[in-house]
Design a protein. Structure first.
Length: 274
């Protein structure tokens, strides 16, 4: 086993004993329209530290998105339990931000109104949060676009708006499900740099789902490698690359070695064929 690898049965927090998210023996089974039971996730144990950036990689259908929805309380576990700050999640958990692959912007709203949409959904006074919304918009390079409509924005700009919306109420935790998957390569790299800068400043706990191995290595403190369905933890890999990071980190031998190791794991699982 490589020095970067951690026994998944330990499921320890690498940098801190201050656990924010605890996933204890979690499984999720769906029932299809024909009555067939589909096990999406099984026997998953994880601990995510406060302020940690953790990515989840694995083949399509291995339960990555399901796991995020379980943490957010949008789905019920079929077995096991999830606790946030020691409290069991038994319904939608509101003190978090959720960013999806689709930006889900409303075309009839301006950029500012899209960022403030959380206020409408939670019955909050938009006026109390407008200054924060404008500050976030400026922080992602969209100052002056507050009154633009989504159709006037590029894909990367739209995704920045969606990120601002997720951060509006300053949640301690951010769940991100393939947020950059639909972007072109150059925009995707810029969004990764922007996200790291925001995370470095805020130190929020981030649980990030991606199909990109290099993206996960660049962003993360740890990477959770999942098996094919039914998904469970195959390996937990510590990313011992100095922070703060820039794109030059991708050119180092250390970065390449971690990417190679994860590819080997997927080859051993039959996910990647050579």
């Amino acid at each position: 086993m490589s020095d970067n690898l951690v026994d998944p049965s330990a499921a320890s927090v690498s940098a801190s004993a201050d656990t924010l998210i605890e996933i204890d023996g979690v499984g999720k089974t769906y029932t299809g329209q024909d009555g067939e039971h589909i096990v999406a996730l099984q026997d998953t144990d994880l601990k995510i530290g406060r302020g940690e950036f953790v990515s989840i990689v694995g083949p399509s259908g291995c339960g990555k998105s399901t796991l995020l929805s379980l943490v957010a309380g949008l789905l019920e576990t079929s077995k096991g339990a999830i606790r946030i700050d020691g409290v069991k999640v038994d319904g939608p958990y509101t003190d978090l931000g959720f960013a999806f692959q689709s930006d889900l912007l409303l075309d009839w709203h301006t950029v500012l109104r899209n960022v403030l949409l959380q206020c409408d959904m939670r019955g909050l006074d938009r006026r109390l949060h407008e200054a924060r919304a404008r500050e976030l918009i400026a922080s992602v390079g969209l100052d002056g676009f507050e009154d633009k409509r989504p159709f006037e924005l590029s894909g990367g700009m739209r995704q920045r708006v969606a990120l601002c919306r997720a951060l509006l109420l300053d949640p301690p935790m951010l769940l991100m499900d393939e947020p950059f998957g639909a972007l072109d390569a150059l925009t995707r790299e810029q969004m990764q740099v922007d996200l790291l800068a925001m995370w470095q400043e805020s130190q929020k706990t981030v649980l990030f789902v991606t199909h990109s191995i290099s993206e996960a290595v660049f962003l993360s403190d740890r990477i959770i490698v999942m098996t094919p369905r039914p998904g469970k933890v195959c390996e937990i890999i510590d990313i011992d690359i100095d922070r703060p990071r820039d794109l030059n980190a991708r050119d180092t031998a250390e970065f390449g070695a971690i990417v190679h190791r994860i590819r080997i794991l997927f080859q051993e699982m039959g996910v990647i064929h050579t």
